[in-house]
Design a protein around this ligand. Sequence first.
Ligand SMILES: [Zn+2]
Length: 451
Amino acid sequence: MIGKAGLFFTFTFSLFTFNMILSARWVLPLSAPPLLRGAVRICGDRIEAVGPLPRLLEESDGDSHLDLGNAILLPGLVNAHCHLDYTYLRAVGPDLDFPDWILELTRRKNTCAPDDFLNAARDGARECLRGGITTVADCTDSAHAAQALHEIGIRGISFPEVFGVDDRDPMEASLERLRQKEERLQPWLSDRVMPGISPHAPYSVRATLFEHLNRRSQDERLPLMIHLAESDDEVRALLGKQPWKSPIREGFVQWTAPGERPVAYMERLGLLRPGVTFIHCVQVTHEEIGRLAGSGAGVVTCPRSNAYLRTGIARLREMLDAGVKLGIGTDGACSSGPLSIFEEMRAAWLIQRSTGSPMTTRELVEMATHGGAKALGMEDQIGSLEPGKLADLTALSLDHPTTQGCEDPYDALVLCGSSESVLFTMVGGQAVWDPNRLFAGPCHAYSATEK
Ligand SMILES: [Zn+2]
């Protein structure tokens, strides 16, 4: 459990304003080319300057200086889609295809107590921090994940999930369950932990419910996150070509299929717009990618989850070339294993390369930082090292056995990076994961080893 002192420090030190220069062999601003012997000046919770170390030292007015040595300093990684409360449901049904896997996940969920979800979300959030992740966009059925994000000190958007597609289930019941989830979230919301809503997917949410939530989202400026075009089964179900198994009762869902492909369906409902983030988008055509790119909506890819569930390979090369706002996420531990963006980037790089549509390691790191921020509509605040942005940073050691000898910093991150080589994770100027006690001074808030 997290001691009360850990929470206390988190808030106490957020009131401090201090200046600090962090330097490293490599600084990756992402919005600009890599800086060899670069540095970042932090003031309070914001980045004040980014540039060559000699210049920042020259401008310094007695700032404390921490040199990380042979390391890469970069923006905190953005896990743009996760289910933290499923962290204890690892490796669900690895032999199952997608529709049956969902039934198995539901069965396993039903064996969990509320405390299991809360503790799972806490451990999942710690795992993210250890892996250099500073922002998590989290879909939550239990609605306990916001508390975990708050306690662990990681930035996030908590999207309570909404279900309700069967004609036998009134829409009011779905909205009442959402109201209860939002009530659970409420005490833990802040500038750091923000609310959204996740209408789960087009095969699990009816059109009128989508329309209602779309209106609420626009009225209250709440971001939406929707699983979309994940599997061929989904496309066929939406087109009315195959039934969909009900996760809550025997037999199939009773509904009128929209008769459209997923992207066209979302467009008709007015959901192809900024403020909406679609997860997966594996089963999309070239023409649909163009519509997604032009809409301003975000897309998040979860390649390990897609491989695990045999749902296909997302056309990431085409999406990037078309200008889709593209982020990357781990999805839940139930379909991906470790909540590691390093592993996710590496899987994406390997899969795309092996299928003849290679991406550069630079593009993968972009997706895991700036791209994720754009996909979530947070690019004004996070995702790159620029003056005025929040001081969300992490650093990777190049002296670790798995990273030694890497010459290119992007290659090091994508091909060799791991949680074990992360030196620290800083959120809003606070070192919330600091296993080496680099920040022994006022910015040390909480070490995720303290459980
Ligand atoms: Zn998901």
